[in-house]
Write a protein of this length. Structure first.
Length: 319
């Protein structure tokens, strides 16, 4: 895996990728070979006021399985032809390209987003849509993964995208371990809103944390949105509004995400039958689990276990 830095480089966007893919952590197997390259190796200015020393050049993109573009500050200007050519060639030979925040503008100039879905920081979505009308720009999205191309919103959404890629590559348990080391939420859906609606001055928001904790501890039990509302001592309509404002999703969707995420971990870490896992996560039957799992993860529980189960041997680092 290679991060392509472009002066002046945002240190945070680069750190998103480096923290998830490049750090060696106690008790956590190394799954990626992470490197940083630039068009002209040497001192690369950053937005933080210091230079970073980058010794690798564009040829590194020719062998990487994944290319990360951690932002591009000059999206209004034509990108260097050598950079555009290197990114296009990497994509053409099958590398996955992931752009964080303003990095989407580089992919747009390379033509890799034409007639496809993409996102970027909410302050830049109007500009991206106006300058590249062939792109289906989605403003209220944390990240979009199309398989060969992925884009994210700004700042912390870059971490969400990187954790999502690690989860896709090596399973939910591995990504959750990384998130735990980073003291980050293990999973935010890409379709979640980029930012919460501002609270009304006469009605400050109340934290959803107690009801989220209550639900998480009872995923093995069947409960409805009305049960959640009763536990919070509010109406179902008020609960739905708070979920939409604070999490950008509905209560039912959030609970289903937690059930499927727990099922993923059990498939990875145990040999329990699918029927038993379905019961443990509150999805009642193997058939229901398979249907919900496929809709959200785009594969079957059996295929997921073959790829990410604890007896799987595929642990070679990815470049």
């Amino acid at each position: 895996m290679v991060a392509l830095v472009l002066p002046p480089q945002s240190t945070f966007e680069l750190a998103c990728a480096a923290e998830v893919f490049g750090m060696s952590r106690p008790g956590l197997p190394t799954r990626y070979e992470f490197a940083v390259c630039t068009e002209h190796p040497g001192a690369v200015p950053t937005l933080a006021g210091y230079d970073m020393a980058v010794s690798r050049g564009l040829p590194d993109l020719g062998t990487a399985d994944t290319v990360v573009i951690p932002g591009w500050q000059h999206g209004e200007q034509p990108a260097p032809p050598a950079v555009i050519d290197a990114v296009r060639q990497a994509h053409r030979r099958g590398a996955r390209i992931a752009a964080i925040c303003s990095g989407a503008f580089l992919l747009a100039q390379a033509g890799l987003l034409d007639h496809r879905r993409a996102t970027t920081h909410w302050r830049m979505v109007a500009e991206l849509a106006a300058r590249f009308p062939d792109i289906q720009v989605e403003p209220d999205t944390l990240y979009i993964d199309l398989g060969d191309i992925a884009t994210s919103a700004g700042t912390a959404a870059g971490i969400d995208l990187c954790l999502h890629l690690a989860r896709t590559d090596h399973g939910a348990a591995h990504a959750a371990q990384i998130a735990r080391h980073m003291v980050m939420p293990p999973h935010r859906e890409g379709g979640q809103l980029q930012y919460a609606a501002p609270p009304r001055a006469d009605r400050p928001p109340e934290s959803l944390a107690p009801i989220l904790d209550w639900a998480t501890e009872r995923l093995h039990e069947p409960f409805t949105t009305s049960d959640l509302a009763a536990q919070a001592n509010i109406s179902p309509r008020t609960l739905a509004r708070r979920f939409a404002d604070q999490l950008g999703t509905s209560p039912g969707r959030w609970v289903l995400q937690q059930r499927v995420m727990t099922a993923r971990a059990l498939l990875e870490e145990t040999d329990l039958p699918v029927e038993t896992i379905a019961t443990r996560v509150g999805l009642s039957s193997a058939a229901n689990l398979r249907r919900r799992f496929h809709a959200m993860v785009h594969t079957t529980p059996a295929a997921y276990r073959r790829s990410f189960g604890r007896h799987t041997s595929g642990t070679q680092p990815s470049s």
